[in-house]
Design a protein around this ligand. Sequence first.
Ligand SMILES: Cc1cc2nc3c(=O)[nH]c(=O)nc-3n(C[C@H](O)[C@H](O)[C@H](O)COP(=O)(O)OP(=O)(O)OC[C@H]3O[C@@H](n4cnc5c(N)ncnc54)[C@H](O)[C@@H]3O)c2cc1C
Length: 593
Amino acid sequence: ASDYDLIFVGGGFAACVTATRLATADPKLKILIVESGPHTETLEQSIIPGLFLSHMAPGSTTQKFHFSNPADYLGGRVARVPTGHAVGGGSAVNSMIYARASASDFDEWKNVHQNPGWGASDLAPLMRKLETYQPNPSSPTHGNTGAMKGSIGNTTLYGLQALEVAKQYDTRGSAADTNDLKTIDKWVLWPKWIDETTGRRSDAARDYLYPLLKKNKNVVLTVESDVNRVLFNGTRATGIEYTHAGETLTANASKLVVVSAGTLGSSAVLERSGVGSPTILKAAGVDVVVDLAGVGSDYQDHQFLAQGTYLDNSTVTLDFAHAGDMAQIGAAMQEWHATGGKGILATNGIDTGIKYKPSAVEVKTLSTSFQKFFAEKFASKADKALVWFAASAGLLGPHDGFPPNTKLGTWGAMLLYPESHGHVHIRSKNVSDPLDFDCGFVRSPLDLEALRFSYKRTREHARRHPLYRGEVAQIHPAFPAGSKAAVALPPQTPVAIKAADLVYTAADDAAIDKFIAATVSTTWHSMSTNAMKPRANGGVVDPSLNVYGTKNLKVADLSISPSNIGANSGATAGLIGEKAAVIIAKELGIQGV
Ligand SMILES: Cc1cc2nc3c(=O)[nH]c(=O)nc-3n(C[C@H](O)[C@H](O)[C@H](O)COP(=O)(O)OP(=O)(O)OC[C@H]3O[C@@H](n4cnc5c(N)ncnc54)[C@H](O)[C@@H]3O)c2cc1C
């Protein structure tokens, strides 16, 4: 076995940040990072923004595809939930949407879930430390010296016009920035994790770990290596067992093992190591080290619903890239390289969005149980939105069946604080066996209703867009014959901004619900399987990220999120990485983190 001070299980978003901070402050620290996926440093799909959906293509090795148990509330369907599986984790393969949670989210982590040091004002300096926010480097809430670059970057005509439609159609109006921890309910040009000076993706591997590895030989990264389990002496973590190229290896950690394998990875690592519910461990043939029933017992995500429209053929979208049209991808890559990172591939095509809170008038149109839920959870919280809407120039999904060069738009809605939760547990000791994964999506009728509402709202925006040419039947509900809300097949022209909204009958609503059950999906924002909250409340880690009942073992990734956040989850994973570095540095007496 080889000897290290610290071992990181997983080399994803949070781990890259934590390990780099610690090793930079104390270059003598011997650190091992064991990552299951491949390198990303020279991978063009992890460099050129517009290629992001290729990570999701069948056969991709940079994402791991998890499958939920079949669910009644999904019409018996299995949900497919990809996670990052590469150096940099999700940050190196994701859709690059830059989004920050609201202050009240972190204040709940601190006050409701009893985590001193995790409130918004405690964490704001670390959020700034993570980033350089290029649209407004002197903004008081954003960072201007951090490694990760956020920018508005290149924008599409579709996105710019979607913002104009929203400004005219919706009285909410627009803002320059809705990632200042407080502003919601304003339409905005959405920032991206793209460095606008180079047109490259910005991620935790490229901007943290790889530069460190070039100068610090005490940090060892092993890729394509799966951690089976953490090794213990009693309840003190002493190292790990992992497999690489068919060989089973062990490594010792004299100071700390940090589990950063992501939400669907970390709780499985803990359970395979004997930390979890005895019933689950015994069924999987694992000896119990610590009885900790909270492990894997809560799974949260942002449930996502998309609808598709045809766009005018003259416009520029990312459909060719999403469809895998190699000839056009080659030409666009040449343009990107020749222009120093410009052109259509310098964007993710997701330009306009909003953290949307239904108005009092809108809430009145919903059921009494939804009104009660909304009054309790949202009405009095000024920074909490119900749902995030965004428009994409390009269909974010399979392009089978569309003639070549079809131009498509997607409107997406993701629920920010879904009531439906799930769980994830191991079924066996074997790292490659599928998990017992209950995704929970739309189990709660409140979530179904929120998505039904979201479908109707985003549809009104989609059909008013100047480039709109009709609806894609297979990405809309199958409304009953004669419905006044029937799908508008192409060719169509845009509806007037002032036109009346569509009216839906109970039968139409039932069709929408069926469509939701058939298509609702992950937004890839898995979290909360190792919640940071009191042990008696089902918590797994304490506010210093220590796994209850163990020594020298922490979890540092998005799985510690005790409750959901009103934003895409990447920035919060990076923030957790920064916070973990501060906590560990303090414990190990390392200065300068
Ligand atoms: C397709 C996709 C699109 C997304 N889009 C966005 C977006 O646009 N904006 C946004 O803010 N967020 C987005 N996210 C979410 C964001 O990327 C994640 O929330 C974030 O990466 C989570 O960070 P993490 O450190 O918790 O885990 P991860 O980044 O997932 O890292 C965990 C790492 O651990 C490794 N691992 C797992 N098990 C083992 C094991 N047994 N042994 C060794 N290694 C292991 C994995 O391979 C992975 O690299 C997206 C995610 C995905 C997957």
